[in-house]
Design a protein around this ligand. Sequence first.
Ligand SMILES: Nc1nc(=O)c2c([nH]1)NC[C@@H]1CN(c3ccc(C(=O)N[C@@H](CCC(=O)O)C(=O)O)cc3)CN21
Ligand SMILES: CC(C)C(=O)C(=O)O
Length: 601
Amino acid sequence: MALLKSLLAPTTKPSLSLFRHNVCMNNAPETENKVHSGPMSHDPARKKVTLIQLSQMYRKSKPITMTTAYDYPSAMHVDEAGIDIILVGDSASMVVHGHNTTLPLTIEEMLVHCRSVARGAKRPLLVGDLPFGTYESSSNQAVDTSARFLKEGEMDAIKLEGGSPSRVIAAKAIVEAGIAVMGHVGLTPQSISVLGGFRPQGKNVAGAIKVVETAMALQEAGCFSIVLECVPAPVAAAVTAALQIPTIGVGAGPFCSGQALVYHDLVGMSQHPHHAKVTPKFCKQYARVGDVINNALVEYKEDVINGSFPDTDHSPYKISQTDVYSFLNELQRLGLDQAASAAYEAVENMDTSNAPIKLQRLNHYSDPKETPRMKMSFVRPLITRRGFSTSSENLIASVLFERLPVVIPKVDPVVYAFQEFSFRWRQQYQRRYPDEFLDKSDARGKGDYQIDYVPAPRITEADKNNDRRSLQRALDRRLYLLLFGDAYGAPSGKPVWHFPEKVYESEDTMRKCAESALKSVLGDLSNTYFVGNAPMAHMVIQPTEDQSGSNSLKRFFFKSQVIAKNKFNIGKCEDFVWVTKDELMEYFPEQTEFFSKMIIS
Ligand SMILES: Nc1nc(=O)c2c([nH]1)NC[C@@H]1CN(c3ccc(C(=O)N[C@@H](CCC(=O)O)C(=O)O)cc3)CN21
Ligand SMILES: CC(C)C(=O)C(=O)O
């Protein structure tokens, strides 16, 4: 105990610094921490605030800072900021619980707040506010409640409101029970019933004198400090001068020993006028935390809705490649095909955007020749699609990707003849332009206004060379994209001409499936326009003799158009062509009838 006292004693005696040095070598700070339940820091500025520290600050006229806190995170922030006192105020009733007054808060609720704060704040002095109705009826009740704040609430001291004679007696009894008491005069919100509202106090001579006398009586009872709430600055100055203990002002002007503000008010937590129960006039907002919170929540919501959260960075839990396969197989064995399909889809999707997963998977492989892709394609046929598909048929989304004519098509001779005729007709019967207008020989533009307009040729180099890979051909016709390579339903290993297409698996819609088919060829869909959500045609393909045992195939065609682009990097195929309707028929000799119906021009 003697050691502890000398550690706490404010002194500059040289012997002490020597002593401290020894203490450190003996790892004594731990003893210190235990006694005060203080932080593990060796920084003297982090030493637990006690009544002794406070009276030192008071004697040295160092301003004392106090804010409220009601939970673990707010307590941590307040501690971190080096605030001296945390008041677990009954304002919790209003700012945390949403009541209109401080009256409804119970002792049990308060104790929950107190314990949470005690877990978060190690350095500040912790003061618990006695709730309305838990200390007024007798000194015994006041002592019992206060004791609970120390035993169950882990507080260092309590605060009570008011200074009536019975209240002063109760304060004295609590101090005599060994519990430090902070008084509270001026506006005492628990007395709202008799005060008639959250009204400032001490605004006339009698009121001001009452504030001074009450504060003095509470000092006499043994309070270590007094909160002065909502009183004029001169009154607070008088009280501060009259007392030998620190005053803490809340809306009481600058002449107090210290200042307090409600946490939510000072950080600007409750921005919304309907939600901020009260934000008294005297509050200064040091931030607009409420706005920051609102923005964060809105952004989060949007991210979830548009699918950008969670991304792979925020989906950290991995399952090994081998386990995924066993899991898929197990799901199928249990008849949970849709679940297996969904899990497989997830593996595929995470795959593309997360290289580390791939590496990790490869490492799990025992046979280095067997790549993950091969193993996947082994699993794939086992998996059926979810949604409206039945297990006996395979659905394919195909894309008829077209480039519209770039130049006006050559006019049909009959149409041309009619246009000629109607032009002459109009010329003949319309009113003549005035001569002076028509006779202006320079009316067609000269000099700066002269446009040397040479139309681009309708026949391009690609037309001349029959370069079907170019989009700069058959400018007056629609062109359609065909790919050469492996296709679903084709004899295995034999590349064929086909449209961009994809087997429907677990996309939300066939249209989505068609989009991903085209995307896998073009890389992205930014220069494409999908025409409508519904397929434009569908084709049923029965299995051939040698494919007996396999299922029928349904191929749905979706129309998409090229926009604002005259060259694409076509991937995922051995070859490709951009062809007109007539040319397209050459590539599908067995299906000319179908395609000539499906494609108009
Ligand atoms: N968010 C919050 N901040 C606080 O400072 C606080 C609370 N809540 N709740 C508990 C008490 C209540 N306090 C209050 C509440 C309202 C006023 C207020 O608005 N007073 C008006 C006069 C209102 C009247 O005359 O009826 C003023 O002009 O100061 C002041 C202090 C201070 N405490
Ligand atoms: C305004 C402060 C001093 C208070 O009493 C509370 O927060 O309950």
